[in-house]
Design a protein around this ligand. Structure first.
Ligand SMILES: [Zn+2]
Length: 88
């Protein structure tokens, strides 16, 4: 799991459902399927729901992230900075 102190990566909000292999990705903790934060760190992709659960999504990679990250994507020093920036 990514460190909460040093994110050392990027994240972006993702409000729409994520469909992989024809199925909607749901949070293992609460079943949420929208309003994700997508984290790209250490060559891994993690999904974080509004409730704060995080799970790695091995079907996505940093190249996928790079294709979808918009111009608003920003690098933040810490995880908490980033969450504040995104209004979480
Ligand atoms: Zn959840």
């Amino acid at each position: 799991m990514p460190s909460h102190d040093q994110l050392n990566g990027r994240m972006m909000p993702w409000t729409q459902p994520i469909v992989l292999d024809g199925a909607v990705v749901a949070c293992a903790g609460c079943g949420a399927y929208r309003h994700w934060l997508i984290l790209s760190t250490r060559d891994q992709i993690w999904l974080r729901c509004r409730q704060g659960h995080q799970q790695q999504e091995i079907r996505l990679d940093t190249a996928w992230y790079g294709r979808h990250a918009g111009p608003a994507d920003a690098h933040h020093e810490t995880f908490e900075d980033c969450l504040r920036h995104l209004g979480h």
